[in-house]
Each structure stands twice: as C-alpha cells, then as structure tokens.
Design a protein around this ligand. Structure first.
Ligand code: ADP
Ligand SMILES: O=C(COP(=O)(O)O)[C@@H](O)CO
Length: 577
C-alpha cells in the first residue's frame, strides 16, 4: 500500500523533485530526468539509462561517477517519452556518442528508439543495449524477447565504468552486450504493489502461495507454488539460474560470478540475508567464486513483496568493470577523488513550441479538433477502470491510467494551442506531442504517432474533407505499423487497420464524413472485440499469452472506444468541448 502521496497523478514528478533535492551531490534535474551533478570529461561516451518510475534506485539512483551519466525517468511503470529521453541524452552527451541501456519493455523500446533516431539525425552517434536478464519471460532461444529486471545493474555498471575509463562507443557497446549476455535473473513474488491512489494491488497471490517467475510490475508469474522456507527459496532461485548457464561460459566449476539478491520493495533486508546465507552455500557447493555480491534493493517494484536472484558470469574485463569504483545516490563502490560540480545554469533550458500562422478556416477546424479530444478525454475517464482491469489480466494494469494521463495532457495542449490561434494541424500535432510526452509507455508512443500523422494531413490551411481524413488515418496506421506489430498480434493494430480500411472504402463509396466514420468505428469495435480470441505476440501481455485468451486487447479496445467517441463530437459539434 502506498500511503503517502498528494495528487496521485503528480506522484512521479513530486518524487523526482524530492529525489533531486536530497541528492544534489550526485544529480541535477533536467526536463525528463536527471544527469550527473559532476563534470564529465569531454570526449567521454555518455551512458543514458531509464525507464518507468516506481523501481528506485532504478533509474535515477544509479546516476553518478562510474555508473550512468543520465537517467530518463518516466511516470510510474511507464517508459519515459522520446522527448524526455532525448533531452536527457542531449544534455549528458560529451561529444563521444551515447549508449542507451534499459530493460526490454515495449514502451521503453518505442520511445528510446525514437530518441535514438532524433539524436542520430542531429549528428550524435547513439547505440542501444537492451537488458534481457529475466529467464522466466521467454525461452533461451528467444532471449532477445526477455524482460530486464535486476540485471539492469550489471549492464549499466559495466557500461558506465567502461565509458569513464575512456572506452570509445564501440568498446562500451561491446562490454555492455557481453554483460547482458552473461547476466541471468529469476524472481518470485508473495504480493503485488498498490500504486499511489489505487485501492487495490496490481495483482494478488493467495495466502501462503507465491508467483514464480514474476517481473517488476504487475505482470503475472509463470506459475504459482507454495511459499517455501528461506532455504527452499534459495534452492529454487539458484537451481533455476544454474539450469541456464550462458553458452559463452566454458566451465561452471571455478567460474567467477557477480551476485545480486534483490528485494522488490517490501521484503526486509534481514529476510534477504537469511536467504543469501543459503544462496552463498549453494554457489560454493557448485564451486562458483562469488565476486562483490549485492544483497539489497537494486531494482524494486514499489511495495511489491518479491525477491530475485541475478548471476553475472564474469570474465577478466567484466570483473574489472564490475568492481570499479562508482559513486551514485544509491550505489557506491570503492573510493573516487572529489570531482567538480556543475551549475544548473549550464543545463539547457526548454523552449516553448512556436505556433505557425493558420487560416481562419483551419482555426475553426481546430475548434472541432479540441472538442473531439475533450470527448475522447471524457470517454477515457469513464472507462479508466475497465481498461486497467483488462490490462491487468496479462499486462501491468496501467493502460487506463496511461491513456488518461496522455489524453488529459493532449486536451490541455490542444486548448493552449487553439487559444494561441493555431490551425487544426498544429493543434493536433502539439496534442500528440503532449500525449506521448506525458503518458510515455507504449500507448503514449502510439497515440503520439497517430495524432501527428493525422495533423500532417490536416495542415493549418484547408478544411479537410472525408478523403483527407481517410488519408490521415491511413498515414496514422502506417506510422503505428512501423512499430513492428502486424494484424493478428493482438495489439491496437487489430482495430486500427480495419478502421482505416473501412474509412477508405466508405469514402470511396461516396459516404460523407459522419457516415464513413461511423462505418469505420463499427469495424474497429467488431475487430477489437474479436481480438479476445487472439494470442498476444507483442508487448507486455506476450509472456502470458494464454491468460489473455477471452479478453480483448486493451489498446485495441480503447482505440475502438475513442473512434466512437469522436463520432459523437462530429455529429454533436461544439457540445462536446
Ligand atoms: N508494437 C505495437 N504496435 C501497436 N500496438 C502495440 C504494440 N505493442 C503494444 N501495443 C499496444 O499497446 C497496448 C498497451 O499499452 P500500454 O498500457 O501503454 O502498455 P505498457 O504499459 O506496456 O507500456 C497493448 O494493449 C497493445 O494494444
Ligand atoms: O514499465 C516500464 C516501461 O515499459 P512500458 O512498456 O512502458 O510499460 C518501466 O517501468 C520499466 O522501464
């Protein structure tokens, strides 16, 4: 239970404010996260990590000398937006390129990839190493689909130490990839976490039972088992990890391993030490040599009661980097010379978006666009709990709150742009940017892309006709398809593609805007409902495919709801604003 909060929606921002105020020796706040407070030598590769908030010390607590140069800090359990990641990276960059490293989650991938594209377009070399240590989230032959959990730390630590030791970007990428390939984790949970303002935990486990193979959000475990003794848990964790030794490790006997016994949030240190006692014995029995073990909270999940074990199979170079000194708010090793602190004024300030000129006709269309977004916002408010419940079946339960955060920000941005005399294209584009930026997560990236694509077609001059709207929704579909899902993967694509197809067909049949949109909204609703029979192949729900059978995909369902809501705006005009 999270008891101490003000406005739940402001929790992440207020948490970051307090974190920065308490840790000015290590970090400085920038829009979207934090960077090191100490000056980094020009010509050093910048290691930028990040992810959703709610996992402290991941990710801001790991910024400092010998570790990360910056962390993009998203909302609770939602990836930071591309804009946030870009700002942190551009601020941290010291002329030698940027390495992005983060846990492999759909929202993080979408947003960090977009930020990477932007940096590259600006001439900043940028590479990515995703952490995939959780062996329960996909089989070994699909290790690239695994989630990142407490193994984040080994990869970030090695990359940060290499960068500060003067490795070039290729070198930092090489050791980070090797660290990831040689890191394996496995976790269990006894109870879920309750996000600020929520009245129930994201998941529950029956008394006396535990979820085996849990992630760091509300993702269900792979199966359930009785809670064992501390020694029994140690045996389960160690045997699971020794069952999957990385291929590059020649012999287990005599191998040297970094070890992390990680508490997920509300397992006491004392309990962890009792478990670690047996872990150490078992590793010694397997003739492994433990190097610099860590027992504590390194990647958490709010107040979730859970434990994970990580083995990091070292070689000489990785061992040197794992053991190198570092100094961050939450993780310190060895001793470093004092370093010069930078001043806040050296950090780039945000600039307000410019409003391009628009015709009077387009400003009137902007009025309808604002009304449509306001209707969408009310629709999400009405369905927020339902969307959360749907997402909790096989995902992390945050689809409702993520959509709500995004659509509220979109309406605010649209109203502000409209008041500043923006045309419809600019209103929609700024709404899309705000949606992506405030919501983060997968749905933030998707809706940002949709609104921006429609905005380009609508522009700031003309009054779009039905054909222009059909072209806009086709462009939006193409933009979403670029994120990699195809029809049948059980994602929003399953509703979006039939919507765009039917809109085009109806317009081709000569239907007017309202009639064409109604046909398309019906097609989207039918397709979203039919997604209940599909097995997910993308996103957070994928590792729990069978659990999601019988429930529609939340992203497809919310898309269909919103398309129907837009229809009520276009038929009722301004009453929706
Ligand atoms: N590659 C993709 N393309 C289109 N939609 C996707 C993709 N991956 C996931 N989704 C959609 O995103 C929805 C989840 O959004 P959200 O709750 O923001 O996710 P998360 O919490 O994982 O970031 C899913 O229901 C699905 O519709
Ligand atoms: O959950 C996180 C980001 O992934 P999403 O796919 O946006 O949910 C975050 O907590 C870990 O980085």
């Amino acid at each position: 239970m999270t008891r101490l909060y003000n406005d739940p929606q402001a929790f992440a921002d207020e948490m970051i404010d307090g974190f920065v105020a308490a840790n000015s020796r290590w970090v400085r706040r920038v829009s979207g996260g934090v960077v090191r407070a100490t000056r980094t030598e020009p010509g050093t590769v910048a290691v930028v990590v990040g992810g959703g908030s709610g996992h402290y010390p991941a990710f801001g607590g790991l910024v400092g000398r010998g570790l990360a140069h910056g962390a993009a800090m998203g909302n609770l359990f939602a990836s930071p937006s591309a804009q946030q990641v870009h700002t942190v990276a551009a601020t941290a960059h010291r002329g030698a390129g940027v390495l992005f490293s983060y846990g492999n989650y759909a929202g993080d991938v979408l947003h960090f990839d977009q930020a990477q594209e932007r940096l590259r377009a600006e001439g900043i070399e940028c590479r990515t190493v995703r952490v995939t240590d959780d062996i329960s989230s996909a089989p070994a032959d699909r290790a690239d689909q695994r989630r990142g959990i407490a193994g984040d730390l080994t990869v970030f630590k090695v990359a940060g130490a290499a960068a500060d030791a003067g490795y070039d970007l290729d070198g930092v990428v090489r050791v980070a990839e090797r660290a990831n390939e040689r890191t394996r984790s496995f976790g269990v949970a006894f109870s879920g976490c309750t996000l600020p303002g929520a009245d129930a935990p994201l998941f529950t486990v029956p008394e006396g039972r535990m979820g085996v193979g849990m992630g760091i959000h509300g993702e269900p475990g792979i199966h359930e088992a009785d809670v064992p003794s501390a020694d029994g848990l140690a045996e389960l964790l160690v045997s699971s990890l020794l069952g999957e030794v990385p291929q590059s490790v020649d012999t287990v006997r005599g191998a040297r391993v970094g070890v992390i016994l990680n508490g997920l949030g509300s397992v006491k240190y004392e309990e962890l030490f009792v478990v670690y006692r047996r872990v150490a014995q078992l590793l010694a029995e397997a003739e492994l040599e433990v190097v610099d073990p860590e027992v504590g909270e390194l990647v958490t999940s709010f107040d979730m009661a859970g434990v994970s074990l990580t083995l990091f199979w070292l070689d000489d170079e990785l061992e040197r980097l794992w053991g190198a000194p570092c100094d961050t708010p939450a993780y310190r090793k060895g001793a470093l010379e004092p370093a010069e602190l930078i001043d806040d004024t050296e950090l780039a300030a945000e600039t307000a978006a410019e409003i391009p000129p628009a015709t009077a006709a387009s400003r009137q269309v902007a009025d309808v666009a604002v009304a449509a977004l306001a209707t969408m916002s009310r629709t999400i408010d009405e369905h927020v709990d339902e969307l959360g419940r749907m997402d909790a079946i096989a995902g992390d339960g945050d689809h409702g709150i993520g959509m709500q955060r995004g659509v509220h920000a979109a309406v605010d941005a649209a109203r502000a742009a409209h008041a500043a005399q923006a045309g419809a294209g600019t209103v929609l584009a700024l709404a899309g940017d705000a949606w992506a930026d405030r919501a983060g997560g997968t749905s933030g990236a998707l809706w940002g892309a949709i609104l921006r694509a429609v905005a380009t077609e609508v522009g700031d001059e003309r009054v779009p006709d039905a054909a222009a709207l059909a072209r806009g929704m086709r462009a939006a579909t193409d933009a979403v398809l670029r994120f990699g899902a195809v029809v049948g993967d059980k994602t929003m694509v399953d509703a979006l593609v039939p919507f765009a197809d039917e809109l085009e067909t109806a317009v081709g049949d000569g239907a007017g805007i309202t009639a064409a949109w109604a046909r398309a909204a019906d097609a989207a609703a039918a397709a979203a409902a039919a997604s209940a029979d599909l097995m997910p192949r993308m996103g957070r729900a994928r590792p729990h495919a069978e659990k999601s059978l019988g429930t529609p995909d939340p992203g497809a369902h919310s898309f269909a709801l919103l398309m129907r809501a837009v229809l009520t705006t276009t038929t009722n005009g301004r009453n929706a604003s």
